[in-house]
Design a protein around this ligand. Structure first.
Ligand SMILES: Cc1cc2nc3c(=O)[nH]c(=O)nc-3n(C[C@H](O)[C@H](O)[C@H](O)COP(=O)(O)OP(=O)(O)OC[C@H]3O[C@@H](n4cnc5c(N)ncnc54)[C@H](O)[C@@H]3O)c2cc1C
Length: 398
C-alpha cells in the first residue's frame, strides 16, 4: 500500500492501515517536520474521535470561548465556557507527531519524494516519483492536498476551480502578552464577512503564538472573485485589530503567506486501485474552511475500506466505492447541508450576529456548529427554530 502525502489525512490512513497489519509506504514531497498554512484551530470532535491526539500531547492549548463580530462591527456575540470550545495546535508539530505515530504502528516513511504521476494497471498501481523511480502497490491513497497530483493524474479531478484563498500569519508571542490580551481562557475572535469578503477573519491565540488570518470562500468561477485585494484586506484587518485593542499595537506584519483550500467534495473520490482523502478529495467545511477533522476521518475510513478490499481480494472501483458511501454517511451529510446553506449564511450574517448578540442560546448553537462542536445535521432545525423565534419575538415587541 502506498499513501501519497503525509498531512493529517495520509498519516491517519497509514497509522490505521499499519495497525491492521498492512505493509504501508508513506511518502511526502516536503522535508519533515514541515510547516503547513493553517489557523491551527481543531474542533473538539477531533479529540472525541481520535483519543490519541489528546493522550499523546498533540494539543498546544485550548480556547474556552470568544467573540463573533458582525461585518459592520455594530454587533458582537460573546461566549465563555468552562469547557474548551476549540483545541489549538501548531501544524508543524502536529503533522510531524502524526507521522511518527504512523511509523510507530509500522509504516515506512520517506520524505522529500514527490509523486509525479500514477498509472493504474490491471494488477497493480504504479507511482512515478520525481527522481525517476517507480513505486508499485496494490492500492494507492492520494492524500496530497488541495493541488493533488494523484487526483489529477487518476482522472478524478481535472478542474481546479473550486478553491478558496486564505492569508495568514502565526506570530510568536509571550504567554504574558497573550494572557493580557486574550486571558487564560484564550478567547478567539471571528470577524464575519470582514470588509465585505465572502468569508471571515480570525484571531486564534495559542499558548505562545497568535494566529491571524482571513479566508475568502468563493469559487474561482465566481465573477466577484479576485475583485478584492486580499493582501490589503489583511493589512487593514491588522490595523482594525490594533485600533480595537484586540492585539498589541506593536505587532509587526511580516511576510503574509497565502494558501488555497478546497470548497466542495469531488463527485467521485475512488477509482480502480485508488482512493482520495482529505483536501485531495475536497473534504472540508465549506463555511468555516475547517478541514482537519474531515482529513483524519476520511483517512480512517479509507484505511478500513482498503483493509476489507485486500482481505476480499477486490481492488476495483466497484468494491472501493464503499469508501464514498461510508464517508457520505458519516460526515458527508454535514458537508452537504453546509454547502446548501453557505450562500444564505453569507447573506444573513449581519442579522444573525445581531440576533445572537441578544440571545445566548442562538449564539451557542451557531458557534457550536461553526466550530464543529455540534453536528449541523442534528442541530439545523433547532437552529432555524430558535432564529425564527428570536426574530419574531423582536419584531412583535417593537
Ligand atoms: C490558511 C489556512 C487555514 C486553515 N485553518 C484551518 C483550521 O484552523 N482548522 C482546520 O481544521 N483546518 C484548517 N484549514 C484546512 C486544513 O489545513 C486542511 O483541510 C488539512 O490540512 C487537510 O489535510 P490533508 O492531509 O488532506 O492535506 P495537507 O495537510 O495539505 O497535506 C498534504 C501533504 O501532501 C504533500 N504533497 C503534496 N503533493 C505531493 C506530491 N505530489 N507527492 C508527495 N507529497 C505531496 C504535502 O507536502 C503535504 O504534506 C486551513 C487551511 C488553510 C489553507
Amino acid at each position: 500500500m502506498t499513501v501519497v502525502g503525509a498531512g493529517p489525512a495520509g498519516s491517519t490512513a497509514a497509522k490505521f492501515l499499519s495497525e491492521k497489519g498492512v505493509k504501508v509506504l508513506l511518502i511526502d514531497k516536503s522535508k519533515f517536520p514541515r510547516s503547513k498554512p493553517c489557523g491551527g484551530g481543531l474542533p473538539i470532535r477531533v479529540l472525541n474521535r481520535f483519543k490519541y491526539v489528546k493522550d499523546k500531547g498533540l494539543i498546544e492549548s485550548y480556547s474556552y470561548g470568544g467573540f463573533a463580530h458582525s461585518s459592520s462591527l455594530k454587533y458582537n456575540v460573546e461566549l465563555q465556557r468552562n469547557e474548551p470550545i476549540v483545541a489549538m495546535i501548531l501544524r508543524k508539530k502536529f503533522d510531524y507527531e502524526l507521522v511518527k505515530l504512523a511509523i510507530e504502528s509500522g509504516s515506512v516513511f520517506i520524505d522529500e519524494k514527490s509523486a509525479k504521476d500514477i498509472k493504474i494497471l490491471k494488477d497493480k498501481a504504479r507511482i512515478l516519483l520525481n527522481d525517476g523511480t517507480n513505486v508499485e502497490s496494490q492500492i494507492v491513497i492520494g492524500a496530497d492536498g488541495v493541488w493533488s497530483n494523484i487526483a489529477k493524474k487518476s482522472g478524478l479531478n481535472q478542474s481546479r476551480k473550486n478553491v478558496g484563498i486564505c492569508l495568514f500569519q502565526e506570530y510568536p508571542m509571550s504567554s504574558k502578552t497573550l494572557d493580557r490580551f486574550f486571558g487564560e481562557k484564550r478567547l478567539c475572535h471571528i470577524h464575519m464577512k470582514l470588509q465585505g469578503i465572502a468569508g471571515y477573519g480570525w484571531v486564534f491565540p495559542k499558548k505562545q503564538h497568535l494566529n491571524i488570518g482571513i479566508g475568502e470562500f468563493e469559487s474561482l468561477t465566481n465573477k466577484s472573485r479576485g475583485k478584492t485585494n486580499l493582501k490589503e484586506v489583511y493589512k487593514n484587518y491588522i490595523q482594525l485589530l490594533k485600533e480595537t485593542k484586540i492585539i498589541p499595537d506593536d505587532l509587526k506584519i511580516g511576510r503574509i503567506k497565502g494558501a488555497a483550500l478546497p470548497l466542495r467534495p469531488l463527485s467521485k473520490t475512488y477509482t480502480d486501485r485508488c482512493l482520495l482523502c482529505g483536501d485531495a478529495a475536497g473534504l472540508i467545511n465549506p463555511v468555516s474552511g475547517e478541514g482537519t477533522y474531515y482529513a483524519m476521518s476520511s483517512g480512517e475510513i479509507a484505511a478500513r475500506t482498503i483493509a476489507d478490499a485486500l482481505e476480499a481480494g477486490e481492488t476495483d472501483e466497484r468494491f472501493l466505492s464503499m469508501y464514498q458511501k461510508i464517508w457520505k454517511n458519516d460526515f458527508g451529510k454535514d458537508i452537504k447541508l453546509l454547502l446548501r446553506s453557505a450562500k444564505q449564511w453569507t447573506k444573513e450574517t449581519e442579522k444573525f450576529v445581531e440576533l445572537a448578540s441578544r440571545d445566548e442560546k442562538l449564539a451557542d448553537m451557531a458557534l457550536g456548529i461553526l466550530h464543529g462542536r455540534l453536528s449541523i445535521h442534528e442541530y439545523r432545525w433547532k437552529l432555524i427554530r430558535r432564529y425564527l423565534y428570536v426574530y419574531f419575538k423582536e419584531l412583535f415587541s417593537k
